[in-house]
Design a protein around this ligand. Structure first.
Ligand SMILES: [Zn+2]
Length: 124
């Protein structure tokens, strides 16, 4: 296995967004690999007060075993799992970023929006 630095992406399962998010993270942070945890409409999930223990433990594996230095949480245009307006997605991304920061993994947390042209915009 090649040596390298890791980041962690919490994203929707949507197949249109994985490559743009992966590329954006590698272009903007000094990382080689992006561990990806996916759920449908994950921005809604991480911004709600529901049970996030399973998500937190998955992120913990990436942080502790791969020494990931960054968590990127994202939402995207035309999301089947979270069919709300773009403005609501942005709010979910902001709130989700705050909740993930509160997990205190001690790494950078960014919130990303994948727009209708499948371009990544940094929200947080
Ligand atoms: Zn989606």
């Amino acid at each position: 296995m090649a040596e390298g630095k890791f980041a962690t992406s919490i994203s929707c399962m949507d197949g249109r967004i994985q490559i743009p998010i992966n590329n954006w993270i590698k272009e903007n942070f000094p990382v080689d690999f992006v561990d990806t945890i996916t759920e449908p409409g994950v921005d809604k999930q991480v911004s709600s007060n529901g049970d996030l223990e399973s998500m937190k433990s998955k992120v913990g594996i990436s942080i502790n075993k791969h020494k990931s230095s960054l968590i990127a949480v994202s939402g995207h245009y035309d999301c089947a799992g979270n069919p709300v307006s773009n403005d609501e997605h942005i709010e979910h991304i902001k709130k989700g970023s705050e909740i993930i920061k509160s997990w205190n993994f001690g790494v950078t947390v960014v919130g990303l929006w994948v727009n209708k042209n499948w371009q990544v915009e940094k929200i947080v």
